[in-house]
Structure formats: C-alpha cells, structure tokens
Write a protein that binds this ligand. Structure first.
Ligand code: FAD
Ligand code: A2P
Length: 369
C-alpha cells in the first residue's frame, strides 16, 4: 500500500508529536515535585548553608551586611500546599492543657495527624498553619481561617515526621457584662482526639531559622509567642530531634519569656532540661508580670528584662551571626522598641538606624498578633 519513502516520511512527521508528549510528561512530573517537596525527610533540610561573611565579630553594627543569600535560599520552603477551598482534614491526636494549677486562662497543646495528606503537608520550623473552625459566622458563611504558629519541628513531637502541633490560648474578653469566647481558639481548645479539623498552609517565611550551626538565636516571646521558639529549641537541644535533623547547633540561644504567672510558663520542664543539658548554649530569662516588678514598681515585662541585659544583648547583636525573633502580643512591639533604643544608646548606637539594617540583613524577625 505504502512506498518505503512514504513510510519514512510519515515516521519523521511523527517525531515532533512524540517529543511533545515526552516533554509534557517530564514537565508534569517536575512540577509536582517542586510543588510538593517531601522535606519532612529528616536527612536533608530545604535550606542550604550560607557562606559566612568574613567581617570580624566586633564590627560596628551600624554597618550590617545585607544577607541577600538568605532571601534566595527560602525559595524551596513549602507554602500553601492546602488552601481554604480545598483544606486538608487532619485528625486530632491529642489536646491537653499546658497550664499549672492557679494559672490564668486556658492554653492548650494540640497535635494533628498529617500522614494521610496527599500531597503531603510538610513544613519547616517557624511557619504557621491555618485552621478553619467548624460552623458558620453570623451571616451564615463558613468561618474564615485563623493562623497559628507551628510549635513542633518538621519531625513532629513523635519524631515520625507526620504530625503538626500548635500552642493555642483561648481568647476571652468581657463585653457589656458578657464573656465573649473567641471562635477558633475556643473551637481548638475544645476539640477531642479523633475529631477532624480543616487545615491550610503551611505559610510564612519571616520566622525561619538560619541554617548555620553557629548562629546565635535571641528569642523574645510573650504567651503563645513561645510556639515557634519551642520548635527552634527542640531542633537545637532535643536529643532524638538532633539525631534526626543532623543539625549540630553550636551557637548561643537566649530566650526571653513573658508570662503572667509562674503557672502560665509554657513547656517549662523541657526548657529546664535543655538548660541543664546545655548550660553553655542556652540562656533563659523570664518576666513574670504578675509576680515580679520592674524598677518602676510596675509589672515585669520582657522589655524590662531586655534593658537589664542591654550590654550582653548588644554584644551579641554586634555579631553578624546573631538573629533576633519576636513573637506574641502585638502590644509588646512599642515596649521592645523603646527598650532596644535605650539599650542601644548605652552602647553609643542608634536603634532606629540599626533595626532596619538588621531587618534588611534578614536578622530581625517579627511575628506578632
Ligand atoms: P475571634 O472570634 O476571631 O475574635 C477576635 C476578635 O475579637 C478580634 O478581631 C476583635 O475584634 C475582638 N476582640 C479581641 N479581644 C477583644 C477585647 N479585649 N475587647 C473587645 N474585642 C476584642 N494564637 C494562638 O493562640 N497561638 C498561636 O500560636 C498563634 N499564632 C498566630 C500566628 C499568626 C501569624 C497570626 C496572625 C495569629 C496567630 N494567633 C495565634 C492568633 C490567632 O490567629 C487568632 O487570632 C486567635 O486565636 C483569636 O481567634 P478567635 O477565632 O478565637 O477569635
Ligand atoms: P499582663 O497580662 O500581666 O499585663 P499570656 O498570653 O499568657 O497572657 O501572656 C502574655 C504576657 O505578656 C503576660 O505576662 C502579659 O502581662 C505580658 N504583656 C502584656 N502586655 C504587654 C506589653 N505591652 N509588652 C510586653 N508584655 C506584655
């Protein structure tokens, strides 16, 4: 029927089609891989090491070197694997109070199972997830999502890499003589193991840890602002976590923690254990507002503690390897700013110039709410 030359010509004519099909298949699979990096893999962090600048540690901070490499590095941190239209329904594994007898309010540690998520909902330390509370708002619309800082490392509390944990305070306030309970925080504090919860995310690149093992990490937290810090400290000091992550933290970690009462201190036993095991690498300073007083006789806040430690703190900040993380009440920001201004003055530095430089260098990290 066909001559040999017709068959050859016909075959050649199909080559572009075959190439097209192959290239489509290749593109499809490489897109899936980049959309859903399975970096719960304990062996390899998505963030590659940054080369250290050669500037001496004593360099004046007025000349902070912008760390542009850090910005680029975060490109492969997972974000928005699940969105509000198609959230992942995670199962509650546990939900327990973090407070001791006599504490104020309600703060819970809540863990969700992620193992059935497909694509897998992976995350790194310092990110947040969204929670969509069950039910409807006053207009009959589904409730909007609320963000919560992730309190676990990427390996999860059980180190198997398929859970995520949160640290949630129930919002409660008085209005016209009535107690109002926050919608999502109450929903989360009330849920029981086995319940299904709509989860979105992960989101956020502001609070990521640097990859350098010799970085110094200063943490300023109030209340549930401890959540990301808990993940950082587990990554640094929890023995099983360290085996998994192969990240041998060699820098100094300094946590300033604000709580209203001793009974409200969160994750205190773990923090004390890290102190005992790592006295050279971990410092922990508490401001217990309703049990301690500042020099003016007022409530002791973390900014008062910052002022007390101004010299030591600014010696650390002068080191290019130092990152500062601020998380918790939005209301603490002006107080921290004021304290940093005074502390900087004592060292002959100008905080209003320094802070934007630290921010630009990727060393000043703030997540308040
Ligand atoms: P809602 O029902 O949404 O009520 C909140 C509203 O109540 C406010 O918008 C305000 O209009 C009103 N309101 C609040 N207080 C008062 C008052 N005193 N008087 C009058 N009106 C008032 N929370 C945590 O517990 N843990 C976390 O780790 C955490 N991480 C977060 C991370 C990020 C990035 C962000 C943005 C927020 C985070 N939050 C966290 C806060 C969380 O997202 C919710 O905002 C919080 O739980 C309250 O939500 P809700 O649904 O319970 O309250
Ligand atoms: P207080 O409530 O005694 O005024 P929690 O979230 O568990 O309530 O903890 C928040 C902590 O932060 C409390 O000790 C609270 O003190 C404290 N705090 C409240 N306002 C500020 C502020 N503007 N700056 C710093 N800390 C604050």
């Amino acid at each position: 029927m066909y001559s040999q030359s017709t068959v050859i010509a016909g075959g050649l004519a199909h080559i572009p089609v075959i190439i097209g099909v192959f290239s489509f298949i290749q593109k499809f699979f490489s897109k899936r891989a980049s959309n859903f990096p399975q970096d719960t893999e304990p062996k390899k962090s998505p963030v590659k090491p940054v080369e250290q600048k050669s500037a001496p540690n004593t360099a004046p901070v007025a000349k902070v070197t912008p760390n542009t490499v850090t910005k680029k590095k975060h490109a492969d941190v997972p974000v928005n694997i699940y969105r509000p239209k198609t959230p992942y329904e995670g199962t509650v594994i546990e939900n327990y109070s973090l407070l001791k007898e006599g504490a104020i309010g309600r703060v819970n540690h809540i863990t969700f199972d992620l193992k059935d998520s497909d694509p897998f909902l992976n995350y790194v330390e310092g990110q947040s997830i969204g929670i969509m509370p069950a039910g409807e708002d006053a207009n009959g619309k589904p409730h909007k999502l609320r963000l919560y800082s992730i309190a676990s490392t990427r390996h999860g509390d059980d180190f198997n890499g398929n859970t995520v944990s949160l640290c949630v305070r129930q919002l409660q306030y008085e209005k016209d003589g009535e107690t109002i309970n926050g919608v999502c925080s109450t929903y989360l504090c009330d849920i029981k193991p086995g319940d299904k919860v709509k989860i979105t995310g992960p989101v956020g690149k502001e609070m990521l840890l640097p990859e350098e093992e010799d970085a110094n990490i200063v943490m300023l937290a109030t209340g549930t602002g401890i959540a990301p810090m808990r993940a950082y400290l587990r990554r640094m000091f929890e023995p099983t976590e360290k085996e998994k992550n192969k990240w041998n933290f060699k820098g100094k970690a300094w946590l300033f923690m604000g709580a209203p009462k001793s009974a409200n201190l969160l994750y205190e036993e773990d923090l004390q254990r890290y102190l005992t095991d790592n006295p050279e690498n971990f410092k922990y300073t508490k401001a217990i507002s309703r049990e301690q007083q500042n020099t003016k006789g007022g409530r002791m806040y973390i900014q008062d503690r910052v002022l007390e430690s101004a010299n030591e703190l600014f010696n650390m900040i002068e080191d290019e390897k130092t990152h500062i993380y601020l998380c918790g009440l939005k209301g603490m920001e002006p107080g921290i700013d004021e304290a940093m201004t005074k502390a900087a003055e004592e060292k002959g530095l100008n905080w209003s110039e320094l802070r934007p430089q630290l921010k630009k260098a990727g060393r000043w990290h703030v997540e308040t709410y």
